[in-house]
Write a protein that binds this ligand. Structure first.
Ligand code: HEM
Length: 504
């Protein structure tokens, strides 16, 4: 009886202590007098995420509610107190000027038990810095020009696929899925040197894996919330987030690819070759080099992130662009005219330089990415306590997560009047000059911005040039107007983007 009483008392003390800790945590912003919305005990300020609201909707609401109250407001990322930046000067400090204090994202990664999480997007500290500098040359203009013909080859396959479907199918289908087949094949070719054939067979292995990566999770909402709230503890507990079959698939594909290239002395000028060089330690200049040779699983993680970050982002942006062009035929016609005239000026040859000369195309895509930022926010973590210049009450504590609400800025009527209107003239060079660089953040900003920006822009422009030269896009009964979003972290449309297509 005595033992039982002691056990119960200990349990009670333990539970009370946990409750006290959680209570302290969930009152963090109240104690400091920083504006915030009252959090839910478990979901923090993300109540309804994955069920009734997307992350973008939640962020937009918090931004609009607190804008103008100070440089940032507080919010709770599940049980984790976090900062949501409201002020453009502070955004600039975090992303660029004081980057040294905000180089990390603080996301979960566990290279030992969950090898695919050991990639550039999730890694922090010296490991990230070393990898970033070694991988940056992969996306130089020279490398882009080298990959350009490969993308055109896949764009030809896209045309074939559209023609085939037009011959047998109705002329209405989901352009988000079609674009995902295109970008999957582009990335497969350029990153892995593999013909994925998703355009020919939408159930090809890579496409199926792509759908799985976006749509499946290893755990339910509660465990995910725990891992996101306590990433270091989750790593110490040897937890993982990637479904095992996805890990196995990518480890196998990369291993087979490496073996094939080594056996046949293949040295392509692609991403896989650069990773193989890193694997052989060719980059090491001295024994003290910060970055040791990459293991095969570390290589695989990088190949994986290039695949994941490279296909769905660009595909969805292209589909959003087609949707807006279908809604506004005058913009579609003007863009088609620019495409034809620019190609004519380049002796009827669609070259890399010709693509670069299409100014209106850049504006249409910039406006698409303003209105539909696939990544509705950027994340950083403070390495040390940071007092916001000129605001002594506002301190970002060491280890705290910082959210830059891209979606809030893109829909701020003081920056973009009538934010719901799709208007590419917002991005003429003169107008752009009058804004701050951080007023447009679809690819982030500063030293940790999107490494694949050039590649993403290139594949999107190539796909759109090919499509708009041949086809006219219009809305139809199946088109969802306005767009409804999935209740997820990225800004994805619910149920696809259905458009009618016919030859020009
Ligand atoms: C429309 C296309 C794309 C969009 C909208 C996009 C968006 C982003 C954003 C918002 C970030 C975070 C930036 C920051 O925190 O400041 C990012 C990072 C990243 N992106 Fe992209 N991306 C695109 C295409 C690509 C492509 C094609 C690749 C590779 C082939 C790629 C690879 C990466 C990687 C590896 C990172 C992590 C960089 C780092 O932490 O050093 N992305 N991307």
């Amino acid at each position: 009886m005595f033992v039982l009483t002691v056990l119960l008392a200990t349990l009670l003390a333990f539970v009370s202590f946990l409750y006290y800790l959680l209570h302290q945590r969930m009152n963090y912003w109240r104690y400091r007098g920083i504006p915030h919305d009252p959090p839910h005990f478990l979901a923090g300020n993300l109540k309804g995420l994955l069920k009734t609201r997307s992350f973008a909707e939640i962020l937009l609401e918090i931004y609009q509610h607190h804008r103008g109250t100070g440089p940032f407001c507080g919010y709770y990322l599940f049980q984790r107190p976090a900062v949501l930046v409201l002020d453009r000067a502070l955004i600039k400090n975090i992303l660029i000027k004081d980057f040294h204090n905000f180089a990390d994202r603080g996301l979960f990664h566990n290279e030992r038990d969950d090898p695919l999480t050991g990639h550039l997007f999730r890694l922090d500290g010296s490991k990230w810095r070393g990898l970033r500098s070694k991988l940056t040359p992969t996306f130089s203009t020279g490398k882009m020009k080298f990959m350009f013909p490969t993308i055109l080859k896949v764009a030809d396959q896209l045309m074939n696929a559209v023609e085939k479907r037009l011959a047998v199918d109705a002329c209405v289908w989901d352009w988000k899925d079609m674009m995902a087949c295109f970008t999957t094949d582009v990335i497969g070719n350029c990153a892995f040197g593999i013909e994925c054939n998703s355009l020919q067979d939408p159930n090809a292995e890579f496409r199926v894996m792509g759908r799985k990566i976006i749509g499946s999770r290893r755990h339910g909402a509660l465990i995910n919330a725990f891992i996101n709230s306590f990433p270091n503890l989750a790593r110490r507990l040897r937890m993982a987030i990637m479904p095992q079959d996805i890990t196995d698939f990518f480890l196998r594909v990369v291993r087979q690819n490496v073996e094939y290239r080594e056996r046949n002395c293949v040295h392509a000028n692609d991403f896989m070759s650069i990773l193989m060089d890193l694997n052989k330690g060719k980059h090491l200049k001295s024994e003290n080099d910060q970055l040791r040779a990459l293991s095969v699983s570390e290589m695989t993680a990088q190949a994986f992130v290039f695949f994941v970050a490279g296909f769905e982002t660009s595909a969805t942006t292209m589909a959003f662009a087609l949707y807006e062009l279908a809604l506004q035929q005058d913009i579609q016609n003007r863009l088609r005219l620019e495409i034809e005239e620019t190609i004519k000026q380049h002796n009827d040859d669609f070259t890399y330089e010709c693509m670069e000369d299409m100014q209106y195309m850049k504006q249409v895509l910039a406006e698409t990415q303003r209105k539909y930022p696939i990544a509705p926010n950027l994340m950083r973590q403070a390495a040390n306590d940071y007092m916001v210049p000129g605001h002594p009450k506002y301190t970002i504590k060491k280890g705290m997560m910082v959210t830059i609400p891209t979606i809030g800025i893109h829909y701020d009527p003081d920056i973009y009047p009538e934010p719901d209107k799709f208007d590419p003239t917002r991005f003429t060079p003169n107008v752009v000059k009058q804004r701050e660089s951080v007023d447009w953040l679809p690819f982030g900003d500063g030293p940790r911005n999107c490494i694949g920006t050039r590649f993403g822009m290139m594949q999107m422009r190539c796909g759109l040039v090919y499509l708009l030269r041949q086809y006219k896009f219009t809305t139809c009964e199946k088109t969802q107007i306005p767009i409804v979003y999935q209740k997820t972290f990225p800004l994805f449309p619910q149920g696809g983007i259905y458009l009618k297509v016919e030859r020009v």
